[in-house]
Every structure is written in C-alpha cells, then in structure tokens.
Design a protein. Structure first.
Length: 48
C-alpha cells in the first residue's frame, strides 16, 4: 500500500477531493492505478 493511500482515500470519501484529484495523485505517484480503482470504484484511465 502506498504511503499516501489512506490520506487520498479519506480526502475522496469525505468530499474534499473529487475524482480528478485522485487521478492526479496517480500521475504524481502518490498512489497506484490499482489503489485508484479501490478508492473510486472506477477503472483508471490516463487523461490525454
């Protein structure tokens, strides 16, 4: 589990972050693509 997984999950679940910010956390290397899917319930797709 990534160091920031719990933090990102908490921010998303409490509404502080929207899904685009969680996606950005993947880009920045804070969480993995699999963790993104666990947090959001959606498949990760890279933004173009």
């Amino acid at each position: 589990m990534s160091t920031n997984y719990s933090k990102v999950k908490k921010y998303y679940k409490t509404g502080l972050w929207d899904i685009s910010r969680v996606s950005n956390a993947v880009v920045k290397g804070w969480i993995t693509e699999d963790e993104y899917e666990e947090i959001t319930g959606e498949e990760y797709a890279e933004e173009e």
